[in-house]
Design a protein around this ligand. Structure first.
Ligand SMILES: Cc1ncc(COP(=O)(O)O)c(C=O)c1O
Length: 390
């Protein structure tokens, strides 16, 4: 009999399942659990955006759009990026509207990597980065960052992880899971290193609108940055539009053209209704975004103060909607801490190790949930920490 071959391609079979997924499977079986695990806004998309989508459907706008996205949205996006990110992009040649930032990350990597190319990936980082690098044929080179340096990527760290074979740097600031942001000097340092080593930078800035000192510095805004950067963003976080599946990539024309080719063969175009709604997001929702940011900021202060007070030392997150406290004082590993907290107190947080080896010793607590849920969860975490410390 012929030897049976696995039906699953080896590169897919070899991918470890997401540490987050395994955890959420446990949470799902526990409806009474309070969750600080989820990485999406608790807010519903602002009404003006939903209303625009309803009108779009009423007018029968139910067909494909151009592969690159509607011209109207690309024009609005170009002026938004010039205004907020300090980078001027040509809406015809340098922008691509994608199915979430997720698609932009995947297509960017598949467009620029040859098999075996190294990609520097500062960690802790979003769980999709390394799998996307691997599926694009690249080799991820983790770059550790540490709480003592505010989880900011530093040139020395990049140089240490770079084996000379790196083609690109893939990073996300404001950061999921740490809430870290980069200073202008950090960004200039990173771009300087990328220029010296001729690296492309894939910069996932999806949390750019969610900084609490108004300090986002785009990689595309510093001298020498724009020409070697694929800037990635999206509507999921600041506009509370996770379910609409809309993001974008901005970058050098030849790269965007090649990315558009790949995207046209796989998704054709993002949902038309989402693209029309996103025009309203960029045009008329500054007040709503400000309001959500204010609310996250209040929660952030409460969460960070309370975690520190119970001995879970928490670096001050300056962006996104996550706190990343150290659990060293409990003597437990992050998986053990998260699993016991879930079983014993019915609170879900995500083990830091899910975001890279250097995330071990920490857990991620999302504050994209109501103050009452946060209060309840923090009370239970305190009870747990006190009990295990006895
Ligand atoms: C850093 C980061 N990038 C990208 C994404 C995916 O975003 P989207 O919903 O636009 O695909 C997430 C979602 O959690 C994220 O945290």
């Amino acid at each position: 009999m012929a030897e049976t071959r696995s039906r699953i391609a080896s590169r897919v079979g070899a991918l470890p399942p997401s540490g987050i997924r395994r955890f959420f499977d446990l949470v799902e079986k526990m409806p009474e659990a309070v969750s600080l695990g989820i990485g999406e806004p608790d807010f519903v998309t602002p009404w003006r955006i939903r209303e625009t989508a309803i009108y779009s459907l009423e007018r029968g706008h139910t067909h494909y759009t151009p592969n690159q996205g509607t011209r109207e949205l690309r024009e609005k996006l170009a002026s938004y990026l010039a205004r907020k990110f300090g980078a001027a992009y040509d809406p015809d040649a340098e922008l691509l509207i994608t199915v979430g930032a997720s698609e932009a990350i995947d297509v960017a990597l598949r467009t620029i990597l040859e098999p075996g190319d190294g990609v520097l990936v500062p960690q802790p980082c979003f769980v999709s980065y390394v799998p996307c690098v691997v599926l694009a044929g690249g080799c991820a080179r983790p770059v550790s960052t540490v709480a003592e340096e505010g989880f900011r990527v530093q040139v020395e760290g990049l140089a240490q992880a770079d084996d000379g074979n790196a083609r690109a740097l893939l990073m996300g600031y404001p950061n999921n899971p740490t809430g870290a942001t980069l200073t202008r000097a950090d960004v200039e340092g990173v771009v300087g290193y990328a220029a010296e080593r001729d690296l492309l930078v894939v910069s996932d800035e999806i949390y750019a609108e969610l900084t609490y000192d108004g300090s986002h510095v785009s990689v595309a805004s510093v001298p020498g940055g724009k020409e070697r950067t694929i800037l990635i963003g999206g509507f999921s976080k600041a506009w509370a539009m996770t379910g609409w599946r809309l993001g974008f990539a901005a970058g050098p024309a030849e790269i965007i053209e090649a990315m558009t080719k790949l995207h046209s063969y796989t998704v054709m175009c993002p949902p038309t209704v989402a693209q029309e709604a996103a025009v309203e997001a960029l045009e008329g929702c500054e007040g709503e975004v400000d309001e959500m940011r204010r609310e996250y900021n209040q929660r952030r202060r409460v969460v960070v103060n309370r975690l520190n007070a119970m001995g879970l030392t928490c670096f001050e997150p300056r962006g996104a909607f996550y706190a990343f406290p150290s659990i060293a004082s409990t003597g437990m590993g992050s998986e053990e801490f998260a699993e016991r907290l879930l079983r014993e107190e019915k609170v879900a947080v995500v083990p830091g190790a899910a975001f890279g080896d250097c995330g071990e010793g920490f857990v991620r607590c999302s504050y994209a949930t109501s103050m009452s849920v946060l209060e309840e969860a923090l009370g239970r975490i305190r009870a747990f920490v006190e009990r295990v410390g006895e």
